[in-house]
Write a protein that binds this ligand. Sequence first.
Ligand code: PLP
Length: 387
Amino acid sequence: MVKRNPHFSRLSKNYLFPEVTRRARSFENLISLSIGDTSEPIPHAITEAMKKAATQLGSRKGYRGYGAEQGNAALREKISEVIYKGKISADEIFISDGAKCDIGRLQILFGSDKTIAVQNPAYPVYVDTGLMLNQKVVYMECLPENNFFPNTFPDADLLYLCSPNNPTGSVATHAQLENLVQWAKKSNTFIIFDAAYSGFIQDPTLPESIYEIEGADEIAIEVSSFSKLIGFTGVRLGWSVIPKNMTYAEGGSVHDDYTRVVTTFFNGASNISQAGGLAALDHPDEIAKLSTYYLENARLIKKALESKECRIYGGENAPYLWVDFGKIESWDLFQMVLEKTKLITTPGSGFGSCGEGYLRFSAFGNRTQILNAVKRIETQWPEQLSP
Ligand SMILES: *Cc1c(COP(=O)(O)O)cnc(C)c1O
C-alpha cells in the first residue's frame, strides 16, 4: 500500500456542515438559514447566452476546442472595464472555474515553506489548502471592536483577507485596507484578497477591490467569482488578478509563474460558462437585482432578530448576518434555535474560536421561505434568547 500524504493528518475533520445536517435530521418542516449557496434562478439573458454558446459548439463553423490560456479575451477586457474601471488590465486577469479552485492553485504557486495569516473567524478553504501543502498557519483575531478586521498583522508570507466577509458580513474600509497595504509592503508580505462578495456592496464609500488602494498592485492578488454575483455556483466561473507589478524577493515575475501554473494543470474555464459571464457583465441591472433581493432577505431576518437578546452585525453589504448571543456556546445556540423554531443556522465556532457565541444567518433563500423563517423568529423564539 501507498502511505498517506502526512500533511493530510493535520486537517481537522470536516465537521461543521456534516454535524449541522446530522443534528437537523430528526426534525420536520425545517427551513435552512445555513446555506452558503445561491437560491434564485440565473436571469434569462444570461442563460440564453450560454444556450447560444452551446449550440455553436454543435456546428462545424462554431466549434472551438481549447480557448486562450488566460481565458476569453473579450471577457477579460470586460472584467477590466466593468469591475476594475481600467485600474487592472485584461492581461493581468486569469479566468478560472471559481475562486475556491484559484485559492488552491495559488497555494501551489507559493509552495510549502510559507507562513500564512488567516482571519479568525474565516472561510475554511484558506487554512485547509495551506495545511495540505504543510504551510504554517497563524491566526488574526477579528472582533466587533474593530469591525471584524484584524487589529494587528503577524509575521507571514501570505495574508488572506475576505471582504465583504464570510462569515461576519463586515466590509473593510479604505483606511483599514490602506493600513494593510502599507504594512504588507514594509514587511514583504503578499495579500490574497477574496472579493467573492464584492457585488453586494451598497455603500459607495466602501472599497470593492483591493486595487482601489494605491500601490496594492505591487503586493496583492485578488480572487473573485461569478458564483455569488449572478448565481453561478453550479455553472462555475471566477477569476484571479495577478498584477504584472508583483515581483518576488529575489526578483522575477509572479505573473509569469502563475501563467505556468495555469497552463500546466488547468487549461481554462468552460467556454459556455465564459459566454454566460460575458453576458452577465453586459447586464449590471440583473446583477444588482439579485444582490438586492438577497440583501432584502437579510434586512427581514435582521428586523425580526432586533427585538431579541443579541447583537447583529453584517447583512447590509454582504448576504450574511453574524449574530452575537453573548455567553452561550454556538452549538447550544444552534440546538435551541433548531428545537424551538426548526430553523437551521450555522454555529459561529465552526469558522474559528473567535466565532464562539455567534450564529451565522445566511440571506440566501427564496423570499417565501425567508418570510416563514421570520414568522418563526417572531413567534417561536427560545425564551433563553429573549430579553
Ligand atoms: C462562495 C465563496 C467563494 C466562491 O467560490 P467559487 O469557487 O467561486 O464558487 C469564494 N470565497 C468565499 C469566502 C466564499 O464564501
